[in-house]
Ligand binder design. Structure first.
Ligand code: ZN
Length: 272
């Protein structure tokens, strides 16, 4: 019953995320005007705007003009609903689950905007960083402890959490910022967009430095595998720009849902 409600709520929020993905990069309002068909401009009626269902009923076509509706709309709705479900299963019905839902939704929007426009909007990442520093310290994922220095005096306190959050922000954004700076100096081109730096600042402030570390590790791994595959398949030239945001987002999703297990497994190898 509760899980069903969470799933439906996830679909509804997902539907709103689609609006954000389409309108944020163009600087348009996300509240008005109401959704309309991009071709015939007919406003979409409420019964044609029901997440997932309407897409199936209309078989992916506009009711007035038959213009094809992208399969990405239902995909975003479904993914968001699954992430919400995952957050509740992972963190219970807690404030932490709510914050992780917000993180997942933000990452979904960032992923598709970065794929379409190769930008990551500050409108999402800057408030995300502030939110991370404000609420991050109240809960620290099982990933967070222990701090890299002797934290006994602060153990379990707000201060520990805040240090974890600040370290996460710096260690999340810092390395990408440095790589970007070096690359710019060496090749005279901008390689790592500032958006990626701020994205990692947001992820780090919410998932602590351990989470940021794991996210970058997974993101870089996924990015190099997919990047190499694309170049080998000759779909991309070797110097083509592939947006890094979606890979970082994928790394962060894995960190949120499987981070503690991965950490256990990773450090377990050294405990032999
Ligand atoms: Zn239409």
């Amino acid at each position: 019953m509760i899980l069903g409600t969470v799933f439906l709520f996830g679909l509804l929020v997902g539907s709103f995320l689609n609006v954000c993905i389409a309108r944020l990069p163009e600087g348009r309002s996300i509240v008005s005007p109401p959704s309309h068909c991009p071709r015939c401009a007919t406003p979409i009626r409420w019964y044609d705007n029901i997440p997932l269902l309407s897409f199936l009923v209309l078989r992916g076509r506009c009711r007035s003009c038959g213009h094809g509706i992208s399969w990405r709309y239902p995909l975003v709705e479904l993914l968001n609903a699954l992430f919400f479900l995952g957050c509740v299963l992972q963190f219970g019905i807690t404030g932490e689950a709510v914050v992780m839902m917000a993180l997942c939704s933000s990452l979904l929007v960032i992923t598709f905007i970065d794929i379409d426009h190769q930008i990551i909007p500050d409108v999402i990442t800057l408030p995300g960083m502030v939110l991370g520093l404000l609420v991050g310290p109240f809960f620290m994922t099982p990933l967070a402890a222990p701090l890299p220095f002797n934290s006994a005096p602060f153990a379990g306190s707000y201060v520990t959490g805040l240090l974890n959050s600040i370290l996460g922000l710096l260690l999340g954004g810092g390395p990408l910022w440095l790589i970007g700076l070096l690359w710019e100096k060496l090749r005279k081109i901008e390689a790592m967009g500032g958006g990626d730096v701020k994205l990692m600042g947001m992820v780090g402030s919410l998932l602590a430095w351990q989470g940021a570390f794991l996210t970058i590790l997974l993101g870089a791994f996924a990015g190099s595998v997919v990047g190499t595959a694309l170049i080998v398949a000759k779909k991309h030239r070797a110097d083509a720009v592939i947006p890094f945001g979606p890979f970082l987002a994928a790394g962060a999703f894995i960190t949120v849902f499987f981070g503690p297990d991965l950490k256990e497994w990773y450090f377990g190898m050294f405990r032999l």
